[in-house]
Design a protein around this ligand. Sequence first.
Ligand code: AMP
Length: 422
Amino acid sequence: MPSFADLDLITPLLDALAEEGYTTPTPIQIQAIPPLFEGRDLLGLAQTGTGKTAAFALPILQLLHESRGARRIRALVVSPTRELAAQIGQRFEAYGTHLGLKSTVIFGGVKPSSQVAALKAGIDILVATPGRLLDLQQQGFIDLGAVEMFVLDEADRMLDMGFVNDVRKILKLLPKRRQNLMFSATMPPAIGDLAGTFLNNPVRVEVVPESTPVERIEQRVMLVPKADKRRLLAHLLHELDIGSAIVFTRTKHGANRVVKHLEDEGIRSAAIHGNKSQNARERAMEGFRSGDLRVLVASDLASRGIDVESVTHVINFDLPHPAEVYVHRIGRTGRAGRTGEAISFCDEGEVDMLRAIEKLTRQSIPVDADHAWHDPGLLDRAAPPAPPQRQQRRQDGPRPGGQRSGGPRRGGRRRGGRGPRS
Ligand code: AMP
């Protein structure tokens, strides 16, 4: 297994990585960094969580450092959402802490004044969402004429979000001679077409997630009447060893109601969703990252790109639709080699969604009989779809009731036995 030093990274970067606590490069870093140093274009098939940001940020920092020129924008990273852009910007700051390069992040939804000031002061690396980038470029605040390295991150999401024309416009603003990188979690034909328009004989690097969903994430489902979900959540946060949790709700109002309930229970939490101002979202993220808030309640849209390493639990307060979102949500835990737990609440109206998730992941998610607030017959009554590949798991585990074949528990609903705070 090569080390970061084997990848020919310079000391200031090695020092920064050590300070970040990274010991070994991830597979995408091992595969992508050497060809990038050779100046090759790159097509990376990888999701967040694989270490892809460092896979492009480290070579960019090193190459710009070694060819230090006038302070102009020499690397441009375009990312679909402001959360992702902000995180990429933070990574550049962290890895580049011992280098003299300057980077900044620009995105929409906030006043441009401080972004314009940073641009005017001069930067080497710009991380941007497409709309704000074009906006400020058209106003004359951004000169892309010196860009040597261009990264299109999460290209599939970029397309999904309707940014394809913006991307084409941005490409037209870049100098012809440059190194191009594109990352995408999936490779539909439209992405192949886009790659063909600007990648020049790229090295293709593919990292499959370790498994889908990640094996390190332990999953279970709790049957609960819809009206009891908030109380069950508070109960779990009191009862279980939950270090820090992201709770997913389907709606913004749902998220607000959960936060209110948790605050009433003395559990520090905050919501992030589209109705919150950028400032409020950043404050919430910061509070969560620092451990000040134990729980972050998120709607799916806002959750993209939440990347906090120490999340121990993902709790699906509502089951998501479509089922793919489940895999994405629970991937917020079990980051960077740690283990994580995913707990999903399932009410009387969500059985079909549970089935769809099991079908997609080809796993049966064990029912937690210790927290069966709903009659387990709930599952038997709903017509099952074509059975997924059932995986017997954790037969020897500490958690009872792992399989759902046992039928209703003695006593049926465990309304009486819900622990200290009921
Ligand atoms: P990414 O896929 O770029 O979103 O990175 C996922 C997470 O892994 C981030 O929190 C990074 O800080 C972390 N990370 C990236 N590379 C490494 C590494 N080599 N060792 C440990 N953690 C890493």
